[in-house]
Ligand binder design. Structure first.
Ligand code: F3S
Length: 391
């Protein structure tokens, strides 16, 4: 891979040991994927934050690094609400280790906004055509597909390397040739808001790491940003889709050709719900990906003046919660909890919840394997009805 004089100096260790190690990661990745060179990134989103996932070895690796990030960098959700971890049922040992992880990132200049929806709290991190180094799969999908930026799905070390160097290797989704659709998905029948998660769950399992191009029914209301967020998150989890298109909605693909055609309808989507019923559910968890202010508002309106009968989590970014204290108050007055910095999948606290009802195809795909719990799938309204004991 070609390195500029300055990059070569970093590679040779002239700018210190941490940068040398980071450049080594970028070059190794670039070489293995045939990248020609490095490219500057506008922002970085770093996975490898929950102590549940990275453990002691990860904590020591991060703590060993020196220096300051070269570009705006933000974290993925941690294993707990950084303020209300006790309420979640997190033990002291875990909390101490998790705090050490956060402190280690803070020392490197990373913003302590632990969220998978950085685009909901900062407009400045990504725009059309920008190169990024983001990690969390739903954020990657949203950046590539809805914003029209360019990012591979980085691992924790490669994202941190990109943050400290300010560059990433130019391969994969940074290049037009890898952004062409591989499948054409024809959807028949109307889709309700919550159906996008179920549709994504289905399509991700079919196209795996492909690039689907969706054609929605003619009279269908245009999917909202919330719908696109849910669609991309599910496909990234049930498959490993990092880029998709929706005709006349998202930025257009570089070209269309002979994509494999898949037809799906109402019956297919209903089967996803039917396979994940609500019987035996003990808790409800919303906010995968993290809730936007609009979603918090919808949840608040449905809970206002009522009391939940099951444990209920609503996960969001701390900034979103802080900017909407009235919505958080309404939700919490019902007995539900608004947890920040974390989520039902990356926190060990969800392991005690038993069977969980979600409205997210991503949580549906990940919770059984990562938290060892069973999962029911429903619309937002069904989830809330269940929490209120109406089902
Ligand atoms: Fe975000 Fe956690 Fe879901 S990181 S996308 S809320 S699994």
């Amino acid at each position: 891979m070609y390195l500029s004089r300055e990059e070569e100096a970093i590679y040779q260790g002239e700018k210190g040991e941490t940068l040398r190690r980071m450049m080594e990661i970028l070059v190794a990745l670039g070489d293995s994927y045939g990248a020609e060179k490095l490219v500057p990134v506008r922002s970085v989103q770093i996975a490898g934050v929950s102590y549940k996932n990275i453990g002691q070895a990860g904590l020591e690796w991060i703590s060993d690094l020196r220096g300051t990030v070269a570009v705006p960098s933000i974290l993925n959700p941690a294993g707990m609400d950084l303020c209300r971890w006790k309420e979640m049922g997190i033990d002291e040992d875990f909390a101490e280790k998790q705090q050490q992880v956060i402190d280690a990132y803070r020392k490197l200049g990373v913003a302590i906004d632990c969220t998978c929806t950085p685009y909901q709290i900062y407009d400045s991190l990504a725009g059309p055509g920008d190169h990024l180094a983001w990690s969390e799969s739903s954020a990657v999908s949203y950046a590539n597909s809805v914003i029209g930026a360019r990012t591979n799905r980085e691992g924790g070390p490669s994202a941190l390397a990109a943050a400290l160097v300010g560059k990433t290797a130019l391969y994969g989704y940074h290049l037009d040739e890898n952004r062409r659709p591989t499948h054409r998905i024809e959807v028949e029948g109307d889709l309700r808001g919550s159906d996008y998660g179920a549709l994504g769950f289905l399509v991700g399992g079919m196209v795996r790491d492909g690039v689907p191009f969706f054609r929605l029914p003619g009279l269908q209301a245009q999917p909202s940003r919330k719908d696109l967020k849910a669609l991309g998150a599910s496909m990234a989890a049930s498959g490993s889709v990092a880029l998709y298109y929706v005709e006349d909605v998202t930025p257009a693909p570089p070209s269309l050709g002979e994509e494999e055609r898949i037809c799906l309808g109402r019956k297919d989507i209903d089967e996803v719900y039917a396979a994940h019923p609500s019987e035996g559910v003990r808790a409800v968890a919303l906010g995968c990906p993290h809730c936007s202010a609009t979603e918090l508002e919808r949840i608040a309106r449905l809970l206002e003046g009522r009391k939940v009968k099951k444990e209920m989590w609503v996960c969001t970014a701390r900034k979103t919660a802080e900017q909407n204290p009235h919505l958080v108050r309404i939700i919490e007055e019902s007995g539900a909890r608004v947890y920040c910095d974390t989520c039902m999948v990356v926190s060990p606290a969800s392991e005690r919840l038993g069977k969980i009802m979600v409205n997210s195809g991503k949580a549906l795909a990940y919770l059984p394997g990562l938290a060892g719990v069973k999962v029911g799938l429903g619309s937002l309204e069904e989830c809330i009805d269940l929490a209120l004991g109406r089902r």
